[in-house]
Design a protein around this ligand. Structure first.
Ligand SMILES: CC(C)(COP(=O)(O)OP(=O)(O)OC[C@H]1O[C@@H](n2cnc3c(N)ncnc32)[C@H](O)[C@@H]1OP(=O)(O)O)[C@@H](O)C(=O)NCCC(=O)NCCS
Length: 171
């Protein structure tokens, strides 16, 4: 179930984000105060949803750049709830929502670290295709630079269920 985040609920969001480590994000340890400031600044206003499972807030998904033809998203499932299909359900849901409700959206994009196997699996399962590979583009907290990878889905592919493969070998 996806419940729209209300800025009045900022404390709960701060508890959630500061209560976990996020090793595949640039900021692994999130400070409560930073979350509360972002809430006050309207950072989560575009569209942010709690992902509820078994009556609990299991995760959060933020959709952004909604005015663009290519919106993006940030998806985080709490550690206890990972590996149970919630990531896949969330990406399926947000893909249907963005293409279904926003007529101008032509593509949806997401980027992740190369070694984020679970997220890459979710992208592929949900019809997203790898379009980009950025070498040594994603520094972690220790300064080590990881490769990152970019995936996207086209409206056309969402409509037809087909997969348009990028024209990589064009040189
Ligand atoms: C990445 C993330 C969103 C995936 O969501 P999830 O609910 O854990 O994943 P799901 O249960 O939907 O699993 C989807 C697929 O990934 C596989 N998978 C899940 N966790 C895995 C892991 N740790 N290693 C390898 N594969 C994994 C599942 O087997 C499943 O594959 P299948 O469809 O072939 O059966 C979630 O783990 C998460 O929030 N991680 C931390 C934050 C993060 O990395 N966010 C993405 C930043 S871009």
């Amino acid at each position: 179930m996806f419940i729209k985040f209300d800025a009045a609920d900022g404390e709960a969001l701060a508890d959630f984000l500061a209560g976990e480590r996020w090793p595949f994000h640039t900021i692994e340890i999130v400070e409560r105060a930073d979350v509360l400031k972002r809430v006050a600044d309207g950072y989560y206003d575009d569209e942010t949803y709690w992902i509820e499972a078994d009556g609990e807030r299991a995760g959060i998904v933020r959709l952004f750049d909604l005015e663009d033809e290519t919106p993006m998203f940030d998806l985080r499932i709490g550690e206890r709830h990972r590996g149970k299909g919630l990531g896949r359900d969330a990406v399926t849901w947000l893909t249907d929502r963005l293409f279904g409700e926003f007529a101008h959206v032509e593509r949806i994009e997401g980027t992740t670290r190369q070694d984020n196997v679970a997220m890459r699996r979710v992208f592929r399962r949900c019809g997203y295709v790898k379009e980009a590979h950025y070498r040594k583009a994603w520094p972690d907290a220790s300064g080590h630079k990881h490769d990152s990878v970019g995936y996207a889905i086209l409206r056309r592919d969402w409509q037809t269920g087909e997969t348009t493969v990028p024209d990589f070998h064009d040189e």
